[in-house]
Structures are given as C-alpha cells and as structure tokens.
Design a protein around this ligand. Structure first.
Ligand code: C5P
Length: 310
C-alpha cells in the first residue's frame, strides 16, 4: 500500500444556471453548464489509526468556517467509499484549500471529489470515474462534476453530466464575497422572489444553445452575452454588495460578469489571461486586499498528483 496519496480537484463556475421548480425531495431541477477553473483543492489521504481531518489555506484566506468533524464533505466521502467497498482502514485527510470557502464555487464538493480519488488510489480500489461519480452524487449535487471537470451540461440536481465541446480556454477573475452565502438559503430566496412575482422557471428558452454555441466557437464575447444565472437576483437580494461588485467589474472592462453559482463570489470574464491580469489590477483598489483570484477554464477534473521525485 502507498504511504499517502494527494489528489486535486477544481472549482467550478456555472456559465448557465437555469433553476426549475422545487421538487418534492427539496431540490430544484436544474439545467446548468459547469466549467472547471484553475483554482484547486488538494487533499492528502494518509493511513491513520483514527479518522481525522485538518485544513490549511493555500492562499492565506480564512478557513475557520470549514468543519473539522464528521460533517466535513471530504471525510464523509472517504468514509462512504470505505463503507461501500468494505475497506476497514481509517485515514487522516489533510485539505489544502485554494477555492473560496462557501463561495458558490463548489469548494466543498471539490474536497469530496479529491478525497474520493485519493482514497480510491490509496486503497487500490480502481473504482473508475463513473463509480466514484455515483458515490459523489450521494454526497452533493456538484461532486460528480468535480470528478469529471472540463465543461459539462448538468441536469437533474446538477449531477447528471454530458460533456460540452469547448474549443478555447477562457480567462476569469473571481471576486470573493465578504461573507458566505448558504446555498439552501439562496434557493429558498429564489422561490420566494418567484412567488412574489408570480414568475416561474422558463426552461427550453434557447439559453443553453447560446452557451453551447459560444463554447464551440471559442468566442469570449458571445459567451459573455450568453452567461446567465437564475439565482443571481436571489443572491443579490441576500447580499446587495454583489450588484455593486458586478457593476465595478463591468466598469473595469470585464467582457461580462455573473454571480458564481449561489454566490457570493462574482465571476468576471476577460478577453485573455493578460486581460484578466489587467482587470484584477484595476479592481484591486476598488474591492480591497485579498479578494481577487485569476483563473482559466476549462481544466481537468479530480486526479492524483504524483509525488515529485527528490
Ligand atoms: O446537493 P447539495 O448538498 O450541494 O445541495 C445543497 C442544497 O442546495 C440543497 O439542500 C438544496 O437546498 C439546494 N439545492 C437545490 N437544488 C439543487 C441543488 C441544490 O435546491 N439542484
């Protein structure tokens, strides 16, 4: 058996997030387009006498909000894999976070995805991507995408994935929120606002096709026009600073901006990696220190990081 295995998994941004009606199981039917971006969580799984988890930040941000008990999604993922595959060994997981905590970028789901891949390798289970994704779907709607990565259309709760052809790399600037937003609270607010408006979800309105076309053409301007998020109004209602951040991003020259997932991170699309650097430099004095990340997407899903030979 290997001594310890480290795996990484990416953050995601939803290029499209169409929210359908509330289902009986408490979830909403979604039509979404995920893109994996180059902010990563790293999880190291090491054999241990007892189950345990520790967390550090890769970039100096506050990680005190991450639970260190059995509610942690990475720990739940490792324990679920052990239980289903009859593994009677505990591990200690060490998480190195490069994805904003509670930011609407699926950092917790990336932890679960990386933990599944790391433990699968450590225990030499050879579960395969689909096997791990089926387990991941039990843990959270975004976990299967963290495993698959790249760009994909998600339906159902977001866990049913079909890859999307993308012919270019896109450059992003992410502006971190100043406080976390709870995903269930944002979905509830979306339902409340819709009930007030008498509005309902409008699937099949051509928005998905517009995103797919822009991705296929590798066209950042077209993608910028096609980005949309049905949770944006709800997230802005709960965290009004998001509207101001979006306006600041546009004023600073972003091709387009949108709330990432359920927020409070704002995703700004740039025309190139150099454009993203310029945008971040322009925004730094406006949004304050430590709140900007640049990234590109799509990137690969969860994978084992081979140890560097010394
Ligand atoms: O599946 P996950 O744990 O990531 O979802 C967190 C919460 O987000 C759910 O409990 C639910 O309130 C909300 N959600 C939803 N519809 C989805 C995905 C998530 O209402 N498709």
């Amino acid at each position: 058996m290997r001594g310890a295995v480290t795996a990484q998994a990416p953050a995601k941004v939803n290029l499209l997030l169409q929210v359908g009606p509330l289902r009986e199981d408490g979830y909403h039917d979604l039509v979404t387009v995920f893109q994996a971006v180059s902010l990563h969580e790293e999880v190291t799984a090491a054999p241990a006498r007892e189950w345990g988890i520790s967390v550090e930040s890769a970039d100096g941000t506050d990680v005190s909000g991450v639970p260190l008990d059995s509610s942690n999604l990475a720990l739940r993922a490792a324990q679920l894999l052990a239980e289903r595959r009859g593994v009677d060994e505990a591990v200690h997981l060490h998480v190195r976070k490069g994805v904003p905590v509670a930011g609407g970028m699926a950092g917790g789901s990336a932890d679960a995805a990386a933990a599944l891949v790391a433990c699968d390798a450590l225990w030499q289970l050879h579960s395969g991507l689909d096997g791990l994704a089926a387990l991941g779907a039990e843990l959270g709607s975004d976990v299967p995408f963290g495993l698959h990565g790249r760009t994909a259309v998600g339906t159902g709760r977001g866990e049913q994935l079909v890859p999307v052809l993308t012919t270019a790399s896109f450059a992003w600037v992410f502006v971190l929120g100043t406080a976390g937003l709870s995903t269930p609270a944002v979905f509830r607010e979306c339902d409340r606002l819709r009930a007030l408006d008498g509005a309902s979800a409008q699937p099949g309105d051509g928005r998905l096709e517009a995103v797919e076309l822009a991705l296929r053409g590798g066209d950042a301007e077209a993608l910028g026009r096609a980005l949309s998020n049905d949770l944006a109004d709800a997230a802005c209602s709960l965290a009004p600073e998001l509207g101001r951040t979006l306006a600041a991003g546009r004023a600073a020259g972003a091709v387009a901006g949108l709330v990432s997932g359920s927020g409070p991170t704002v995703a700004l699309l740039a025309d190139s990696p150099a454009g993203a650097q310029r945008l971040a430099a322009e925004l730094a004095p406006v949004v304050g220190p430590g709140r900007l990340r640049t990234a590109t997407g799509p990137v690969a899903g969860a994978r084992v990081l081979e140890p560097v030979a010394s």
